[in-house]
Design a protein around this ligand. Structure first.
Ligand SMILES: Cc1cc2nc3c(=O)[nH]c(=O)nc-3n(C[C@H](O)[C@H](O)[C@H](O)COP(=O)(O)OP(=O)(O)OC[C@H]3O[C@@H](n4cnc5c(N)ncnc54)[C@H](O)[C@@H]3O)c2cc1C
Ligand SMILES: NC(=O)c1ccc[n+]([C@@H]2O[C@H](COP(=O)([O-])OP(=O)(O)OC[C@H]3O[C@@H](n4cnc5c(N)ncnc54)[C@H](O)[C@@H]3O)[C@@H](O)[C@H]2O)c1
Length: 190
């Protein structure tokens, strides 16, 4: 196995992606609608809940993203949180294409934005602020409407692929106990 030397500042883009890929995330599809009523959207893992009061979220689209241009113009977007049955949806929205909605069923949110059928939940937002993030924008949105929550498992993205979520849910206390019982790093921490 090739490893980037620990502490090396001499890394390339592939090594950076490999490192960032160790951070497991969920997958969303961020959607909007254009002036003519045509839907737009893209797969997005750089999504986070940002603030409770006020209720803010953030996501980071590439500056070249065509979906972002439509969101910027409409001023609103809908975050669809994908379930583990929706790998095909993630794949369709994660690649350039002019008709990403061809194979998905969607319903309009209160503001008319695409809510993808069978998503775990959705949140409709207004664009509040946009700041610079290198070759991406950092988009902060104010949550306006929340969708219902489905009892299903999330789609996870890890090391550039999808991860099964079939394992039973482990609570933080169980994980701590498991770590304690399987710790092999000596007892210097005691
Ligand atoms: C699990 C997952 C998570 C992802 N997370 C993110 C994320 O957090 N942020 C992010 O920005 N992306 C993310 N992506 C990638 C993103 O979903 C894809 O790049 C997607 O195609 C973007 O769609 P778009 O509509 O924004 O851009 P698109 O319009 O599909 O364009 C994507 C790129 O292709 C170029 N392009 C498009 N059409 C043409 C054409 N006809 N001719 C030449 N060039 C063209 C564009 O200039 C742009 O650089 C993720 C993908 C996956 C699978
Ligand atoms: N934030 C993003 O823009 C982002 C995130 C994930 C995947 N993608 C794109 O989706 C496609 C599939 O990805 P993959 O299977 O090759 O996985 P990958 O091995 O490229 O992804 C590993 C990790 O690298 C980071 N990453 C990858 N591309 C990035 C980008 N353009 N900007 C910022 N961070 C990025 C993400 O943290 C990702 O989890 C690729 O074209 C990739 O660029 C983009």
């Amino acid at each position: 196995m090739t490893r980037t030397p620990y502490g090396s500042a001499d890394f390339d883009t592939r090594q950076f992606r490999t490192a960032m890929g160790q951070f497991c995330t969920g997958v969303t599809v961020i959607t909007t609608i254009d002036d003519g009523g045509a839907p737009a959207g893209f797969a997005c893992q750089s999504f986070a809940a940002l603030s409770l009061d006020p209720p803010l979220v953030l996501f980071c689209p590439k500056k070249t993203s065509r979906s972002w241009k439509v969101i910027e113009h409409s001023g609103k977007f809908c975050v669809n949180v994908l379930s583990n049955r929706q790998q095909d949806v993630s794949a369709a929205f994660g690649a350039p294409g002019d008709d990403k909605f061809r194979h998905v069923t969607w319903d309009p949110s209160p503001a008319g934005l695409p809510v993808i059928r069978h998503a775990l939940t959705w949140v409709e937002c207004d664009v509040e602020r946009v700041t610079d993030g290198g070759d991406h924008h950092i988009v902060i949105g104010r949550a306006l409407t929340l969708g219902e929550v489905l009892q299903d498992k999330p789609l996870l993205f890890y090391r550039g692929g999808y991860l099964s979520t079939e394992h039973p849910r482990v609570t933080p206390a169980q994980a701590e106990l498991e770590n304690f019982l399987t710790w092999t790093g000596g007892d210097t921490w005691l």
